[in-house]
Design a protein around this ligand. Structure first.
Ligand code: BYC
Length: 314
């Protein structure tokens, strides 16, 4: 390709971004755009499948058959989200096996939130309400991401996350209207999950390395702090409905702005967890690697079957 040809292709990319259009897999794109998307989509996909673990931990201990069926469906949805996202990443020219290898060897990350333990049944409610709630706030704008396959995957993911958020709220609503002990269990879950949920949105804007460029490319539509604020504004009134107390003494509603002022989470904890030093990092990764190794025979059988089908056609 001539140098001039490359410049014209980049102009065409920029024109599409400026017009708020969609970049599709066949379109030319700067290397940095492709790399940023691979990083973010892979991290997102890894989060979905690692996110199955803390909830999967409670499938065998759900308090009723109905709760068990709902939780199984939710955990299965997360596997589906991983599938859409790995497929979206593959449209950028990477191989899913390589992405999984990067996850297993610690070269790619997944969301910090899944490195915390689920200690009680109320934690399953808190994950649905807070973690899926944060995911919705973060992901609804991604439905307008400039990269077509990621944006389209997000539409379906967000519909399912919305069901997940309600099921979590409903678990807590039931506990909060139960015995004193059940309500205390719900409060304890909120106390432990509040700060890690705020950290899901990433470091504050001033320390966010990728935000500016990602926003200029239309990958991210809002900054980390904007989305964190949106989450707090949405969630605090819901805590009031539950009769639970958000564990932040600095939380104040500001009439003049229509927003809550709140205490920032301890970002040194976020950095420590992202570096691998959270309470469950080792356990989560070891479990994932084992599941992958245990599933080798399924991949081999599928490949052998596909080869046989090819032979039959030839
Ligand atoms: N955890 O420059 P920044 C779900 C990293 S799945 C870990 O602001 P960016 C669900 C960041 O990668 C939830 N790492 O980055 C599933 C970067 O490091 P590198 C997952 C974090 O990308 C199952 C560095 O810190 N959702 O909801 O512009 C059940 C600097 O950050 C975190 C997504 O993945 C973190 N919390 O913004 C239930 C959504 N925060 O790569 C629920 C898509 C930051 O330079 N992702 N880092 O080494 C995004 O929207 C963005 O990637 C983020 C970070 C807002 C997370």
């Amino acid at each position: 390709m001539s140098h001039l040809g490359y410049a014209a292709l980049m102009d065409s990319f920029q024109a599409t971004i400026d017009a708020d259009g969609r970049i599709e897999p066949r379109d030319a794109m700067p290397d940095g755009y492709r790399k940023t998307l691979i990083r973010q989509i892979a991290q997102h996909a890894h989060s979905e499948i690692i996110g199955m673990q803390p909830e999967g931990n409670w499938i065998s201990r759900a308090p009723s058959l109905r709760r068990k069926a709902i939780l199984m469906a939710k955990v299965q949805d997360e596997a589906g989200h991983g599938l859409y996202l790995y497929a979206a990443a593959e449209t950028l020219g990477v191989d899913r096996a390589d992405l999984l290898d990067m996850l297993h060897t610690g070269r790619q990350k997944y969301s910090s939130i899944f490195n915390y333990p689920t200690l009680t049944w109320a934690d399953i409610g808190a994950i649905g309400w807070l973690v899926d709630g944060a995911a919705i706030v973060n992901q609804v704008p991604l439905c307008r991401c400039s990269y077509g396959p990621y944006a389209r995957a997000m539409v379906r993911v967000c519909k399912e996350e919305s069901f997940h958020q309600r099921q979590g709220f409903e678990i807590l609503h039931t506990l909060c209207n139960g015995t004193e002990g059940q309500k205390a269990m719900a409060q304890d879950a909120l106390d432990r999950w509040w700060w890690p949920s705020l950290m899901m949105f990433g470091p504050p804007d001033a320390s966010s390395t990728h935000s500016e460029q990602s926003m200029a490319w239309g990958i991210k539509r809002h900054s980390n702090d904007e989305l964190r604020q949106r989450f707090v504004d949405m969630t605090v009134p819901q805590a009031d409905v539950l009769g639970l107390r958000v564990p932040d003494d600095g939380l104040v509603y500001d009439e003049s702005t229509g927003h809550y002022s709140f205490t920032e989470p301890d970002y040194t904890e976020l950095y420590a967890v992202v570096k691998g030093n959270g309470p469950c990092n080792e356990k989560r990764l070891a479990h994932r690697v084992k599941a992958h190794e245990d599933g080798a025979w399924v991949r081999e059988a599928a490949a052998a079957y596909a080869a046989k089908q090819q032979e039959a056609v030839a």
